[in-house]
Ligand binder design. Structure first.
Ligand code: SF4
Ligand code: FES
Length: 374
């Protein structure tokens, strides 16, 4: 007998193995149905439950007990039940709650995106654009910390930290000895090494990749370039470290390698490597191999088409967003913005208008037609 159970999220039913969380089920549906996660990281045991950006509404508990759950629940920490019905992007309550959570996460955030190395690949930036509110209801002084050196390669900007704990789990699960953690409690809580001890383990560089904001930055790259001016290229080398997969993403400008990172999947997490393991990379690959001769180049990376990094980058896309047109027929309620079909709303794609036959430059009057006819 199959152990699979059925769960319906935003009116799309999927079958998932027993024990799956709502978030993982929503990721199987894909697109905007899957909530943005700021603390959950599928590759890190114990992560999740800290940020509340993944709140969803359970409108039917299960087939056996169909009562709705009275409060919104964190989807990364709530398991699905057979017959459960969940609202994610179709719930007004969820929208309102996520706006509140985003406002809360930004309460102490310095909003220094113009000078932050994470700009262009920052999950908090995405969250505030997609699910945040314009403006804030608070005007008190934000808490500030001096930048802190965490060893030779990593710089901590505690002002930007959202206390997601991902870096702590990474250090705990990838290195033999964790040397940093969360000090103090409440609004005094902060990430630090107890006596500013250096983080020296050969896998500690992975904390930079898991940090959803620009709190942990790569000292070999910081302030050198904006990510959207660099071109991501997949490459590998035969790394001698047995725990390192050696499969990386080089961020290049011309022939120069500005930065080396692990490869990311469609959820912004370190992707699974070709050996089936999570593609964590060692410090040597990340910080010391900045020459193209060190690498066997595979080709341009596939990145999200919605990313600013996709500018002038034509290597295709990753993710489920491309399938969204199929999903939208089944979703009742709010239409996700990403499924906007530009050809239905734009006036400048009339197939009967041939630009080569228009004398001089084309004007909007050349395209005037009733778009409902299409
Ligand atoms: S430094 Fe980054 S990864 Fe670590 S808790 Fe803060 S936001 Fe999370
Ligand atoms: S992703 Fe679920 S609480 Fe943070």
């Amino acid at each position: 007998m199959s152990d699979n159970i059925k769960v319906t999220i935003d009116n799309i039913t999927v079958e998932v193995p027993n024990g799956t969380t709502i978030l993982e089920a929503a990721r199987m549906v894909g697109g905007d149905v899957a909530p943005i996660t700021m603390c959950y990281y599928s590759k890190l045991k114990g992560s999740g439950g800290k940020c509340r950006t993944c709140l969803v509404e359970v409108s039917k508990g299960s087939e056996k007990d169909p009562r709705p759950m009275p409060k919104l629940v964190a989807s990364c920490r709530t398991g699905v039940m057979d017959g459960m019905e969940v609202k994610s992007m179709t719930s007004e309550r969820v929208k309102d709650a996520r706006e509140g959570v985003t406002e809360f996460l930004l309460l102490n955030h310095p909003l220094d995106c113009p000078v932050c190395d994470q700009a262009g690949e920052c999950h908090l930036q995405d969250l505030s654009y997609e699910q945040g509110k314009q403006g804030t209801r608070t005007d008190f002084t934000r808490r500030t910390f001096a930048p802190e050196d965490l060893g030779p390669y990593i710089q901590l900007h505690m002002n930007r930290c959202i206390m997601c704990f991902r870096c702590v789990y990474t250090a705990e699960q990838l290195t033999e000895q964790r040397e940093h953690g969360v000090l103090d409690r409440g609004d005094h809580a902060r990430i630090s090494t107890c006596i500013s001890k250096a983080l020296e383990h050969d896998f500690i560089g992975n904390v930079i990749d898991v940090c959803p904001v620009g709190a942990l930055t790569d000292k070999t790259f910081r302030f050198k370039n904006r990510v959207w001016f660099t071109k991501p290229v997949d490459a590998h080398r035969n790394c001698t470290n047995p725990k390192c997969c050696g499969e990386v993403r080089l961020w290049m400008r011309g022939k120069e390698v500005f930065r080396v990172t692990a490869r990311k999947d469609e959820w912004g997490e370190v992707a699974t490597a070709s050996n089936g393991e999570t593609g964590w990379i060692c410090n040597e690959c990340r910080f010391e191999k900045k020459d193209t001769a060190d690498w066997i180049i595979e080709g341009p990376s596939r990145i999200q088409r919605t990313s600013v990094i996709a500018q002038g980058h034509y290597a295709g896309t990753v993710g489920t967003a491309g399938k969204s047109e199929k999903l939208i027929d089944k979703v009742i309620g709010k239409e996700p913005i990403y499924t906007l079909d530009i050809h239905k709303v734009s006036e400048v794609d009339n197939p009967n208008v041939h630009l080569s036959q228009i004398a001089g430059p084309a004007h909007s009057t050349d395209f005037k037609h009733d778009i409902k006819d299409r």
